[in-house]
Design a binder for this molecule. Structure first.
Ligand SMILES: [Fe+2]
Ligand SMILES: [Fe+2]
Length: 353
């Protein structure tokens, strides 16, 4: 118990700089995120007032959300009128809407993912939170949980091949970067949205990042589960085929069994996928795994160094197996089509970012 308390108090340190969308340096790499450092940063933005704009009426958000609501799993899970009515009430400051614009243009997955996580987490919050009227501010956080990805180079977000350890580290930087950026723009380091940006990759058993703390807040648990769920259901650059819904739910059930995600949140997610919509506490979730994860799934695969094909020296390498035999992975070059064992690949050192 004592040990957990200490972990919760860990101070974060930035491994990489935090940059705004217009490339302004907010905090440099190596900065410790103490309350004092954050307050000093926020003070530089005090007095800036933003005119809040309607989330629903912004850009093509309404049209895109309507499209999302027509497709699985949202057409089964969500009530269209309830979602749109709630969105109508929400107002966002321009920097958070610019985040949506940026990703709509440069990485559509992150834009769509932000809308889906907002919608699905809102729907689960309705069942799981006790004071539904209190979460109107909290649900906004789902839409901007990945705000810190503006500090991650697009070539990493779009990379089709396994990330190197250095790249993985830069990708994981988005959690702390989002915390700093949202603290700064919202002028409050304790705002719920900043907390979600920081904690949505933490896990209940402390196995997540950036700090390895134990998730404690119910709404953050909901957003964390919806984040994983949508990531599994979406085609990604490193996995052209998405998980099917059943296999995605099985993966998430497995994470709850391992103590990473909340069992009740997973029950609720499963109940929203059932036509008769049983109460989440009465929803039986089977631990049996019958689905098959997509082949070529590189999620979580990290290589020590960038790999190159020994035949044509191309660097677009596809992993051929998933989970079945992790010790004997084979690779295929997307450029020349040759298949190789891991030992045959050429390792090259990565340039520093
Ligand atoms: Fe994230
Ligand atoms: Fe996410």
């Amino acid at each position: 118990m004592e040990e957990k308390k200490d972990i919760q108090k860990k101070t974060a340190m930035l491994d990489h700089p935090v940059l705004t969308l217009d490339d302004r340096l907010l905090l440099p790499a190596g900065k410790e995120l103490t309350s004092k450092a954050l307050d000093e940063l926020i003070a530089t933005n005090k007095g800036t007032s933003f005119q809040e704009l309607s989330f629903l009426e912004y850009g093509t958000v309404k049209q895109d959300m309507l499209h999302i609501l027509q497709k699985p799993p949202c057409n089964i899970m969500l009530n269209r009128t309830v979602t749109l009515t709630l969105m109508k009430k929400l107002r966002f400051i321009p920097p958070t809407l610019e985040f949506l614009d940026y990703f709509k243009e440069s990485d559509f997955y992150t834009y769509r993912h932000s809308l889906v996580v907002f919608a699905t987490s809102t729907s689960l919050a309705r069942d799981l939170l006790e004071e539904p009227e209190d979460w109107i501010v909290e649900v906004m956080a789902g839409a901007i949980h990945d705000f810190g990805k503006i500090s991650v180079p697009l070539q990493i977000l779009r990379k089709k091949d396994p990330l190197t350890r250095a790249e993985r580290n830069i990708l994981e930087h988005h959690a702390l970067a989002g915390f700093v950026l949202l603290s700064y723009y919202l002028q409050d380091r304790q705002s719920f949205a900043a907390r979600v940006a920081k904690e949505h990759h933490e896990r209940i058993d402390g196995s997540g990042y950036p700090l390895g703390i134990s998730l404690k807040d119910r709404m953050v648990e909901i957003i964390a589960a919806c984040d994983v769920y949508d990531a599994l259901l979406s085609p990604r650059p490193y996995r052209p085929t998405a998980y099917d819904n059943r296999t995605a739910l099985e993966e998430i059930t497995g994470m709850a069994q391992e103590g990473k995600l909340s069992w009740e949140v997973v029950q609720c997610l499963v109940s929203h996928n059932r036509k008769d919509r049983p109460h989440f506490r009465e929803t039986k979730v089977s631990a049996e795994k019958r689905g098959t994860p997509p082949a070529d799934n590189l999620y979580g695969v990290v290589v020590e160094k960038e790999l190159k094909c020994p035949n044509c020296h191309g660097s677009s390498i596809k992993k051929k197996t998933y989970k079945e035999d992790v010790k004997n992975i084979s690779y295929e070059c997307r450029n020349c089509g040759k298949e190789f064992d891991e030992d045959d690949l050429i390792n090259i050192e990565m340039d520093e970012y």
